[in-house]
Design a binder for this molecule. Structure first.
Ligand code: MG
Length: 246
């Protein structure tokens, strides 16, 4: 649908269009050639198995967890929060995080639709990358267990990590593409969408259970261009909105 309207009117139309119809980075009617897709790992390529509230409680204690949760409606940045802690306290925190992540790894499952989506991208010669706040060993395990490889795959060891746009910009420079030729797909508004938007990439939020339909997310600073409830839906979002020719 071509939209030949002023920026002001366009902003209004965009704000009233369903998320899946938003194309805010480009001239109306022009499809962007998609050069790469960057995925989050936990909860996006894998079925959510990490119990984040349990992790936050283990690191922060009940009282501090509830206080921070109330202060950060879009979610707690646990890694950022503990960054400034004294080393001994920080070490304990990392151990607690690692334990919750380890429990998650035992139950690791690939997200339905992941293999099919990757095969489609491969058939179009569209690159696949990965950015996670999890560890490199978790990424290695994912690659090993499911036999699907993402490259580059940047983990927590790459600084700065999401939601900083740094890792996404790094991947774009390695691929020699512009951020606006790339889409970031993830299940976290505060990490994945924020990272993608700040880098200038397209963003797609995977929201399997409609968590982000809640009014508390209505006024967040960084909104996704697209919202899907499954990886299967990503196919049609990409086909409708991007030029996928190799
Ligand atoms: Mg995630």
């Amino acid at each position: 649908m071509p939209l030949l309207v002023s920026n002001c009117a366009k902003a209004f139309i965009l704000s009233t269009l369903p998320q899946s119809k938003r194309m805010s980075h480009h001239a109306p009617g022009v499809k962007t050639r998609l050069r790469g897709v960057v995925f989050d790992m936990d909860g996006t390529l894998t079925v959510p198995v990490i119990d984040f509230p349990a992790m936050y409680r283990a690191v922060l204690g009940d009282e501090e967890y509830l206080r921070l949760k109330a202060e950060n409606p879009s979610g707690i940045d646990i890694l950022g929060h503990i960054e400034g802690w004294p080393p001994h306290k920080q070490r304990k925190a990392y151990d607690a995080i690692a334990e919750v992540e380890r429990q998650g790894l035992e139950r690791l499952q690939i997200m339905p639709g992941c293999a099919e989506l990757c095969a489609m991208l491969d058939s179009k010669k569209i690159r696949r990358g990965l950015i996670t706040r999890n560890t490199k060993s978790a990424v290695d395990l994912f690659h090993e267990r499911f036999g699907i490889t993402f490259s580059p795959a940047l983990s927590r060891e790459f600084r700065p990590y999401k939601p900083d746009p740094g890792p996404l910009l790094h991947i774009c420079s390695l691929w020699e593409v512009q951020p606006n030729e790339v889409i970031m797909i993830g299940d976290s508004l505060k990490d994945d969408v924020r990272c993608g938007r700040q880098a200038g990439a397209f963003t797609c939020l995977l929201d399997q259970t409609g968590v982000y339909d809640s009014p508390k997310y209505a006024d967040v600073e960084f909104k996704p261009d697209f919202k899907v409830t499954s990886l299967d839906e990503v196919h049609s979002v990409l086909k409708e909105n991007f030029d996928l020719s190799p």
